[in-house]
Design a protein around this ligand. Structure first.
Ligand SMILES: Cc1cc2nc3c(=O)[nH]c(=O)nc-3n(C[C@H](O)[C@H](O)[C@H](O)COP(=O)(O)O)c2cc1C
Length: 182
């Protein structure tokens, strides 16, 4: 959460209003229930947590998503947020396998963390997989304009304080670069 806190604090300093979703602290339910898959009707209203998250995205100019790579993917709680909140009819439409994003007009920044060095991920082809599945298949497909995918590599337990501070500086610079003072 250190990166998220620094990033959010920098946005606030630039005069932007922002809302941080800490999915663990919110105990966000990541399970897309069968009842949420049926066409929404008064008998099957969209869950309140999903309505709130969708309203926040609708009202936002930009969405920044921060997570560590776990098995090259996003943690299950984050994936569950995408499953439930980036729902058909809200984040995308799909006809005959052709997806049209519905979140156009909004910017996004993706910030990820890995234990492995980035050059190793690139060499093995794993970074390409991350970019295809996450940058493009999720965020760009939903129509978001992906301004940057900022990645912090070699993040291990007991990271030296000086390195952690460099990461905070980098994440704040990212906020400043894309979101000037309002
Ligand atoms: C379940 C799990 C799976 C992970 N999988 C990967 C991985 O596939 N590739 C990688 O480079 N790092 C992997 N890591 C390391 C994390 O990306 C990250 O470096 C580490 O969790 C430090 O971040 P944190 O302090 O926010 O937990 C994994 C960590 C966990 C706990």
């Amino acid at each position: 959460m250190g990166l998220a806190r620094s990033y959010a604090a920098e946005l606030a300093r630039l005069g932007h209003s922002q809302r941080t979703y800490d999915l663990y602290r919110m105990e966000f339910n990541p399970v897309l229930a069968g009842s949420e898959l049926v066409p929404v009707s008064s008998d099957h209203p969209v869950s309140a947590d999903v309505v709130r998250a969708q309203d926040d995205i609708r009202a936002a100019d930009a969405l920044t998503v921060i997570y560590p790579l776990w098995w090259l993917s996003m943690p299950a709680i984050m994936k569950g947020y995408i499953d439930r909140v980036f729902a058909r009819g809200f984040a995308y439409e799909s006809h005959g396998g052709v997806v049209r994003g519905l979140l156009g007009g909004r910017k996004s920044v993706l910030i990820t963390i890995s234990g492995a060095p980035l050059p190793l991920l690139v060499k093995s082809g794993n970074w390409n997989a991350v970019q295809i599945l996450q940058d493009t298949h999720i965020f760009r497909s939903a129509g978001l304009e992906l301004l940057e995918h900022l990645h912090f590599d070699e993040v291990v337990p007991q990271l030296p304080k000086a390195i952690a501070e460099q990461h905070m500086v980098r994440v704040q610079a990212c906020a400043r670069q894309h979101f000037h003072e309002s």
